[in-house]
Design a binder for this molecule. Structure first.
Ligand SMILES: [Zn+2]
Ligand SMILES: [Zn+2]
Length: 331
């Protein structure tokens, strides 16, 4: 098999050839057709997340076809199209797993971080964390749903639950996750307000195209008070302005796995039962729910394709904000 491998934090990924992996008990092997490039991959490469396994093959928005089935796995056919997300394995024993919060498992494995991911032509996955994708839609268009879509969906549900009622939703940072969630939220009858880097008119136009009723800079105030705001940008300094944009009882949801420090702010911004919450990982239920819902709602992802060999260029372009939507690697 071929893969792009991270050998050392901060170093460019290296193209390698290694023997094909074999699925162990409970695992399947997948021939990869597409793998999305997520901001988390940048955090992995930059060493912003603790305890990566090195060397590691990054990538956790995997779409491919089952090509080998390990012992004890049922429910998959050879050739079936599946998707593999960030949460790649859970212990099934800890208190979180036992209480339906497997996203918080004490002994998890993460695809492309602590187990090899999708910047490759083959990957072995825990069959419990591989979602059947059916045959509708292109491989590359589906890939961003596996993390950008899923984490957005989980953040959206938490926003609704925390805020109590959710009509006006703010999205800070309008990249891969926001461009998917905006479509979902608009189709479900919510109003979306998009906050981009100040002066980024191109992304503001893109947000309006995705259905936002308003788009402006993160230094601007929304024209109306918001019920909730989701922060996709990994920028802690956005928390105080996001709080300021909320009505009483509203919620700021931090959706990133890593964020720069949140500066201190006057208590008055939090007062009146406003909340700040974070979103961690996903549960299989989120995955099944969302991957069923997205095609029903006609969600269309905007993608920029790169050959697998150009993974470093894709990461650099993501870092530079050089494209709208999501980058996807094709082996
Ligand atoms: Zn667990
Ligand atoms: Zn991700």
């Amino acid at each position: 098999m071929h893969a792009m491998v991270l050998n050392r934090i901060g170093a460019p990924l290296e193209w390698i050839e290694r023997p094909d992996p074999f699925p162990g008990p409970g695992e399947i092997r997948i021939k990869i057709a597409a793998c999305g490039v997520c901001r988390t991959d940048l955090h992995v490469v930059d060493g912003e997340l603790p305890h990566p396994r090195l060397p590691i093959v990054p990538g956790h928005e995997i779409v491919g076809r089952v090509d080998r089935i390990g012992e004890g796995v049922s429910g998959f056919d050879i050739g079936e199209r599946v998707g593999v997300p960030w949460l790649g394995h859970t212990c099934r024993k800890c208190a979180y797993c036992a209480s339906g919060h497997e996203n918080l498992c004490d002994a998890p494995q993460f695809t492309g971080f602590t187990r090899d991911g999708g910047y490759a032509d083959l990957v072995v996955a825990d069959a419990r964390f591989a979602f059947p994708l059916g045959e509708a839609g292109e491989d590359a268009s589906l890939a961003p749903l596996l993390c950008a879509g899923l984490i957005g969906w989980r953040a959206f549900k938490i926003a609704g639950r925390s805020a109590g009622r959710l009509e006006r939703l703010g999205l800070y940072g309008f990249g891969a996750a926001a461009h998917i969630l905006a479509q979902v939220a608009v189709k479900q009858g919510h109003e979306v307000f998009a906050f981009t880097q100040p002066g980024d008119r191109t992304t503001q136009d893109f947000a309006r195209k995705m259905g936002a009723v308003w788009a402006g800079g993160s230094d601007e105030a929304a024209p109306e008070k918001l019920d909730a705001a989701i922060l996709f940008a990994p920028v802690g300094a956005l928390v105080p302005p996001a709080l300021k944009s909320l009505r009483k009882g509203g919620a700021v949801v931090c959706a990133g796995i890593h964020m720069s420090d949140i500066p201190s702010f006057p208590y008055a911004l939090l007062w009146e039962e406003r909340q700040i919450v974070s979103v961690a990982n996903l549960t299989r239920r989120d995955g099944i729910e969302f991957l069923r819902l997205a095609p029903q709602l006609g969600v269309k992802t905007t993608t920029r394709l790169y050959p697998l060999l150009q993974a470093n260029a894709a990461l650099a372009d993501l870092r530079a904000g050089a494209f709208d939507g999501a980058a996807v690697l094709i082996p």
